[in-house]
Design a protein around this ligand. Structure first.
Ligand code: SAM
Length: 225
């Protein structure tokens, strides 16, 4: 943590440090990807592999089950998470996959170094005014043609929790508009050829969205006459 760190980052890290074990236990029963989600993860993996199978990162990898799922689909993937407790748990559970601590607001990755980036229910913890900066960061680290996959709950009203799984936390879960996210991605330089929005299942209160985007590839050099 640095003195300049925004409070929403500190609160999110502290919150997930506190609930990591309970969240991981819950994720075992609710793997976070229903058949619609798995279809979009599969499409993402297919594109990345067709493009040559370069490095992929899941930002906000939590207990690591989605990173591990993409690993089993053949991707050269690692996970990055804000919460060191989540990172330690993911390393223990999936020793074949690399997990590191970090924040999507400032990724410790070189420019144009990734073939793909996944943010699976993690941009929901970014304050709205920081989303353009985060999408610019995703654009920076992706190579031309690189693929981006986002998942989030749809809506307007954020949910604030002071308590979760019996722990005191201060966690905000923001709902987002697929149109607004697409607009911000376009402004950051992404094309967004596909989106999937499904209605809430039993017990859920919002629709869920998955957006598949890519950074435009470099133009193919034309043969000189
Ligand atoms: C709702 S969980 C999703 C975890 C996992 N992707 C899944 O689908 O189960 C959100 C995760 O994002 C992480 N996170 C939140 N803000 C982050 C940030 N700025 N950078 C990296 N990770 C972040 C949290 O620590 C948490 O593990």
């Amino acid at each position: 943590m640095t003195a300049l760190e925004p409070s929403f980052i500190r609160d999110t890290r502290d919150g997930y440090n506190a609930i990591a074990a309970d969240y991981a236990e819950l994720s075992k029963d609710h793997p976070g990807a229903d058949p619609y989600g798995r279809a979009m993860l599969g499409t993402f993996a297919e594109y990345v592999l067709a493009d040559g199978g370069g490095p992929v990162v899941e930002v906000g990898s939590g207990p690591g089950q989605m990173t591990a799922h993409l690993h089993t689909l053949g991707l050269n993937i690692s996970g990055i998470d804000l919460s060191p407790v989540m990172v330690a748990m993911a390393r223990r559970t999936y020793p074949d996959v690399r997990f590191e601590e970090g924040s999507m607001t400032g990724l410790d990755l070189p420019d144009r170094s990734l073939a793909g980036l996944v943010a699976w229910y993690s941009i929901i913890h970014i304050v709205p005014e920081q989303l353009p900066h985060v999408f610019a960061e995703f654009h920076r680290v992706l190579a031309p043609g690189g693929r981006l996959l986002l998942a989030f709950q749809v809506g307007d009203e954020p949910r604030h929790y002071d308590e979760a799984f019996g722990h005191r936390v201060s966690l905000d879960f923001r709902r987002l508009s697929p149109d607004r996210v697409t607009e911000l991605l376009n402004q950051a330089g992404f094309q967004v050829p596909a989106r999937l929005v499904r209605e809430p299942y039993d017990g859920e209160t919002t629709p869920h969205a998955k957006l598949l985007a890519h950074k435009p590839p470099l133009p193919t050099p034309q043969p000189q006459p």
